[in-house]
Every structure is written in C-alpha cells, then in structure tokens.
Design a protein around this ligand. Sequence first.
Ligand SMILES: Cc1cc2nc3c(=O)[nH]c(=O)nc-3n(C[C@H](O)[C@H](O)[C@H](O)COP(=O)(O)OP(=O)(O)OC[C@H]3O[C@@H](n4cnc5c(N)ncnc54)[C@H](O)[C@@H]3O)c2cc1C
Length: 400
Amino acid sequence: MIRPVAVIGAGPFGLSTAAHLRARGIPVRVFGDPMVSWRDHMPEGMLLKSTPAASSLDCPQSGYTLADYCDAAGTRRLVTDEDIIPVETFTAYGEWFQQKLVPGLERVRVVSVDRADNAGFALTLESGESFTARAVVAATGLSGLAHLPAELAVAAPGGPAPTGPVSHSSQHHDLSRFVGKELIVVGAGQSALETAALAAEAGATVRVVSRGRGRVAFGSPPWKQPRFRPASPFGRAWSLWAFSYYPHPYRYLPDATRHYLVRRVLGPLGAWWLRERFTDRVQVHEVERVLGAESRDGTPVLTVRTHAGRTERLTADHVIAATGYRVDIAAMDFLGYELRTRLAVSRGTPKLGPGYVSSVPGLYFTGLSAASSYGPVMRFVCGTEFASPRLAEHLAAAHG
Ligand SMILES: Cc1cc2nc3c(=O)[nH]c(=O)nc-3n(C[C@H](O)[C@H](O)[C@H](O)COP(=O)(O)OP(=O)(O)OC[C@H]3O[C@@H](n4cnc5c(N)ncnc54)[C@H](O)[C@@H]3O)c2cc1C
C-alpha cells in the first residue's frame, strides 16, 4: 500500500499545502478542523487587517482566490485595498477552498507523531486509528501557542478562561458577554485594539493597557501610502517588499536578528480603518510595565508602574490578555518526545532548511512555526504563496 503524506492542520497553510501536494498527484491525508482559528478563536464581527490582494490561499490552479469565492458565492467582490474583509467571509472562503481542493479532509486530531521503525512516521489519530506516513507537514498554526505573560498568569492559576479573572484574546468569539462590564485589554497590536473596539461597541467600558509610550498607533490608509516605495501585501516600504518577495535568504541571518525581526517587523499597529471606531470609545492607559496581577474574590487587579515611576493598581471585571502567540516545539504535544528532542531548534522554534524541511528528514513545518526561518511573512495568509509551492516541490523530490 502506498504510504500517504500527512498534513496536520486545515487552516490557510495546511489547506494550501495540501492543494499543492494533491495537484502533484501525491497521496495526502489532511487532518484538522477547517478554519477553526478564524471561526472560533477570533471575535465575531472582526475585520481582517490584510487586504484582499494579501488574503488568498495559494494553489496551483486558477479560480480559487478570495475574489473567485466572492463571485461563486454571489457576494460583493473584495479586490481593492479599500475593500475590508469580514472574518465571516474569510472563514467561508477557506471552507469553500477546502471543499473544492481538499475534499477528503479528515476532521480528527492527530494525537501523536513518532518515527516509524522502517522509515517514515507513525501517526495516531484521536479516533484510535494508527497509520504510517512517508512524510509529515505540521501546519498547526496558532493552535496551543497562545501566550500569557508570567505576570498575568499568576492571576489565572487554573489557566486563562473567559469566566475567570483573566483570559487570552483567542478565547473570545462573542464579546457581547461583556455588556455593562468593565474590561481591561492588555496589548497594543491589532488584536488588542480591535477586541477593545468590538467590546466597547457591544456595550462594555474598555481600557487598553499598553506598555511603553505611543505604542497605540494606526497605519495610514491606502491613499496616503508613499507612492515611490515598492508595493507589498502589507503596504509600501522597501523592507516589507523584501520580506514578502525574498524570504529565501532569511534563514541565513544570525539567530538573534531572525527572532528580533519576526517580532518587530509588522509588529503592533492598528489598521487604518480602526482609528475612528477605537479613539471615540476606548480609553488608553500607557504604563511603563505591568508588574503583576492577582485575583481578589475573582476580580482581577493589575499592578502597573507608570511612566512617572509610581505604582498603580487597576481593577476591572475582567482582563483580556491580547498578548499574541509564541512558537514553542515543547507545546506541540502531538510530536513524540523522541522526535522533539531530535529536532534542531532555535529559541523553541524549528530550524528549517530548504523547502521547509526540519532537521528530521520528512518532517516539514509551515505557517507561524516557519517564521523564524523564513521571516515575518509566514505569520500571514499571503505567506502561503511563497511557502506552499516550495514545500511541495521539496517534498515531491525527496519523498514523491
Ligand atoms: C486576531 C487575529 C487576526 C488575524 N488577522 C490576520 C489577517 O488579517 N491577515 C492575515 O494574513 N493573517 C491574520 N492573522 C494571522 C493568521 O491567523 C494566520 O496567518 C493563519 O491563521 C495561519 O494559518 P495556519 O494554517 O498556519 O494555522 P491556523 O489557521 O491556526 O490553523 C491551524 C489548523 O491546525 C489544526 N490542528 C492543530 N493541531 C492539530 C492536531 N493535533 N491534529 C489535527 N489538526 C490540528 C486546527 O484544527 C486548524 O485546522 C490573524 C491572527 C489573529 C490571532
């Protein structure tokens, strides 16, 4: 029997990779809940920060872009930089892409991946089934990687939870639960600012607590972008252009530079269209640092140091930590212990070679976990355009 390639993940990166592998005639089994991060772990009513040109899942066939989906669904065509994409439309687009190009998707979790005795990989599914794959693509995206800083974690000893004093932004889909409540959102990125605006619009009293000065900022609208700089999916700038179209040499940069750039390039900045909705409704509290947090009878209390050097205590009914995601191989618990210890890593992230292959032949990583090797573009949907054809080509040559 021909052993398939296993693609673990059915978000934009897993689906795009699977479409490329299938187009090459490579037998594939694809696992995961399609578009779950977008459907369940982002707020209802959210709008995408990325433009339509940067929001298609890459595949070798024509006819499967976001605009093609809009045509097929009979909805308004989203094409220009001023067309804002509702998360519900993007989720439906991903599901449509899956039905068309990855029809045999299996909605089941992979619980373990280990080296097989006679080459390849032994996988076990939540259903109890075990099988051997010739290669494995880990495209598990944001799953399990939500980051809660230690100073906030102490107020949530049982882990962050929407019903406890502190939660993570990924745990909210319906923000109407905060109607009439006081809410603190910690963070200054798009997720923090949009969560805050949506909660305020739903009827909560919201404060954003942001570290540093002037961190809460918004991008320029498309018509104010500098004309004489090259265009990229993220706006006009030489650096963004290079990171978007030339990620090849990224993995040769020194470790510290790679990790720094992944964090800082395209770092915290609100979308241009959010400014007005945010400014009128949300209060911003700039602090030097969040020193700690505690729960007093279920009510969160944040201790912060102000820029004037004072210590202040801030209370609310609930704190949402919009503190992002952190790749850590140790958190990818479906990878067997032996496999994890054999992987070459850099600050918890897999070190990838050409074609997204890890130091274990046959084991590939794509999406967020590939960002420290291929740059910040891997954190975004448009990264599928670079990643998927290259991964599929390498895998076909080595294991096809
Ligand atoms: C609030 C927010 C807003 C964002 N907005 C944008 C934006 O506007 N534009 C943009 O380009 N990017 C945006 N991003 C980034 C975006 O989420 C990622 O680029 C994208 O989702 C990554 O896709 P992925 O396929 O790697 O992972 P995900 O979309 O996270 O998918 C992960 C998949 O892995 C599956 N999975 C996980 N573990 C297992 C397992 N053990 N077995 C089987 N399946 C498993 C899940 O079921 C799921 O199908 C945003 C992120 C956040 C948090």
